[in-house]
Design a protein around this ligand. Structure first.
Ligand SMILES: *Cc1c(COP(=O)(O)O)cnc(C)c1O
Length: 228
């Protein structure tokens, strides 16, 4: 309990220092606690400590935890690879899906969302052209934003990237792309999320303009390598 509290305070402090260094408002960066592979009891403890947004990567594992923690006011984010045959679970049980990179996935999520609130999504971009990576190409972003914005049960909030480790220039490029879309967006007030930065590079991501950092290891400790 105390370990989790101390780890969270340390991460919040890192976020605050990075914001000060970048002359940004501390409130402009949200912490998403990435709880994949860790038991729901740890999520509960961090919730009691004040954390509300949690990110999961594996659908079945996440559904189990969502059920175990039903009743807590948690905002659930899916940050893993989105498989076409799993969209229904995501549409029904999550508040956010970060890894949308194709129109058909967005269409399915919209059709399958039966909820008074829209599903928040981010468009995942393969910003640094990694071969084996999910994400659309930067050149596809404008068209996808246009098409996804027409879908009724979604709210497209921004971009998500997972650059290669140490490739901080990718954060700067993502921020430029984010601003380009904002400038041509019909509802720029809905385009407010740049999801980038993890335990090892959240400082560089915040310097480049991240509004949501996805942090696992620095909060919960090392994961079992089989599943990380
Ligand atoms: C696991 C994961 C994270 C958290 O990574 P850490 O290095 O443990 O902070 C963030 N984003 C995505 C997409 C992940 O899969």
């Amino acid at each position: 309990m105390n370990d989790l509290h101390a780890a969270r305070q340390q991460v919040l402090q890192r976020i605050a220092s990075s914001c000060v260094a970048a002359q940004r408002d501390v409130q402009s960066v949200q912490l998403l606690a990435v709880s994949k592979t860790h038991p729901s009891e740890m999520i509960r403890q961090m919730y009691v400590d004040g954390q509300r947004a949690f990110g999961e990567n594996y659908v079945q594992e996440a559904l189990d935890k969502i059920q175990q923690l039903a009743g807590l006011d948690i905002e659930w984010h899916f940050i893993g690879h989105v498989q076409r045959n799993k969209t229904k679970h995501l549409a029904e049980h999550f508040d956010w899906v970060h890894g949308v990179d194709r129109l058909v996935i967005a269409q399915r999520l919209s059709q399958q969302r039966q909820h008074e609130r829209p599903l928040n999504i981010c468009l995942q971009v393969n910003i640094d052209q990694q071969d084996s990576k999910d994400g659309c190409q930067p050149a596809e972003v404008a068209e996808l934003v246009h098409a996804i914005s027409q879908l009724p049960n979604l709210c497209l909030r921004g971009l998500m990237i997972i650059p290669a480790a140490g490739h901080h220039q990718a954060f700067v490029e993502a921020q430029q792309l984010f601003e380009q879309v904002k400038a041509m967006h019909q509802h720029p007030e809905h385009w407010d999320t740049l999801s980038m930065g993890m335990s090892g590079d959240l400082d560089a991501a915040i310097a480049a303009g991240a509004t949501m950092v996805r942090v696992g290891t620095a909060l919960f400790g090392q994961r079992d390598y089989h599943r990380s």
